[in-house]
Design a protein around this ligand. Sequence first.
Ligand code: ZN
Ligand code: ZN
Length: 416
Amino acid sequence: MIKAIRGMRDLLPPETSRWQWVEQVAREVFGLYGYREIRLPLLERTELFARSIGADTDIVGKEMYSFPDRKGDSLTLRPEATASVLRAVLEKGLDKGAGVKKLYTLGPMFRYERPQKGRYRQFYQINCEAFGVDAPELDAEVILLLLDILARLKLSETRLLINSLGCPECQVKFKAALGLFLISREGLCEDCQRRRETNPLRVLDCKSVHCKEILKDAPVIRDYLCPDCAAHFARVLALLKHFGVAYEEQPRLVRGLDYYSRTAFEVVATGLGAQDAVAGGGRYNGLSQELGGPILPAIGFAIGEDRLLEVLPRDLGQGNEFKVFLAALGEPARDKAFGLLQELRRCNVAAEMDLEGRSLKAQMTLADRFGALYTVILGDRELETGEAMVRRMAEGSQERVALQDLTTLLAARARE
Ligand SMILES: [Zn+2]
Ligand SMILES: [Zn+2]
């Protein structure tokens, strides 16, 4: 038997109902905030990610699924969505015109990471990207949008962590100070020993416990913000406060990608003793120019759907759908039931029947497995009298309903 690739999983029913529900809620909220969907290829040129995410990040260095295509061009399965969205925006001129341009996209991403609980090599994200405006109001709005989605999903126990990474000028000063601090530190991991020369910011999100310990006394970027960046950050925080959003300033939050500037944030789910980041994002004002485009302020976030689904209650989004099972005995009753089946479905009632001529008892078992709210029982006698027996499965109560009224009655109850 051929099996699925390690770290890649199948999402099966009924779990897929929860996924559909999460995505539908996200789409609704995006609509309220004026966002529209963009759908992108999963494959891009490797260069796009190397230039945007940063050559010295874990993602580009170790985790990308890259391969030469038949012509020898290096392609990569997207490890994240922002670079692709921006590539499309620049290529198609979606950045033109006044005002903020708002896009969202849903779908799988790919990273060759060590598989573990809640982490997969094909994982799913809900991405939000807004372009064209540098105002701190947009930062606040994007964060409020994210929190709105999570609140509608009934994810109440969360922490919002926030930091400012400053503009390139702030970062030059901060990197110099951080580099100076790191140069004299012994015992950094191999990666960080290299990074302190090439890109000291990346040392800040090293996962090694030892490196984290060393960094406890490191300088923080907040002390290196220029007046403009400091004012921008203060305004974002003031707006969040105004809307009653509890946030925690996290001076060492840097995110695992090179392109962020100014506001960076994460939402961590705290329910069930967990401490999992379910979403993260920030500004990436410099990315457009990095990719050869014009100056284009931008901000966005990604929700990690796999993690999110782990922390959401199991029973949410399962739906107690209105379903009808038709149990028929004998050839004429089965013919009649087959017609009713289509009639019900055309009237928006989910309906099912046995197609293999099973016994009534076996059909009732099928009705249970189908999750039927009602089972309609049809036999020779019911055809003669023109009345079917309708059983309400939960209580086992039964009523007689005229065959010609059956569809109308059940369709009306389905709408209730
Ligand atoms: Zn600055
Ligand atoms: Zn390290």
